[in-house]
Design a protein around this ligand. Sequence first.
Ligand code: GAR
Length: 189
Amino acid sequence: MKRIVIFSSGSGSNAENIINYFKNSREILVTHVLSNNKKAKVFERCKRLKIEASLFSKNDFYENDVVMKFLLAKADFIILAGFLWKMPINIIDAFPNRIINIHPALLPKFGGKGMYGMNVHKAVKEHNEKETGITIHYVNENYDEGATIFQAKTEILPNDTPEQIANKVHLLEYKYFPKIIKNILLGNE
Ligand code: GAR
């Protein structure tokens, strides 16, 4: 059994989708959700889904080994699903090629610090892009720069608003992220 811990900073719709996808799996188990944001909607989702969820502080993440110890006990793989803090290097080193992020654009475009959620979709709109999409990638010490695992594209129509672009990207995330996670985790047997 491969154990996943999901990190989420906000709504958690991807976290919910992943939890549902693996709920009857005999090979992959979502053991826990971690969040840095006490107001994150993901906590309500986890309560409803009966998945354990915990809040952690900046100190527990960057200054002491509380989160690190937790992960060593609970996770084989770490999934970042709308998580907005940079992963500390000690956690990256402890989980080589075992931390996977989803980014709501076609990296290397529209990545880097500050490029998350609606900021990404607004920037895509401002640049009059004809297409956008998702990038699933390994996490390294720089924002959005780890090796790409998978990309999928969607067309942008001239009148699409940033919200409509976000909806199109979310549909790609829901369709592909759990499947790619499954391929990676079970491909490593
Ligand atoms: C998702 O679109 C995800 O790709 C994005 O945040 C959203 C979270 O939505 N992640 C980033 O922007 C990371 N740079 P969710 O909380 O409903 O899953």
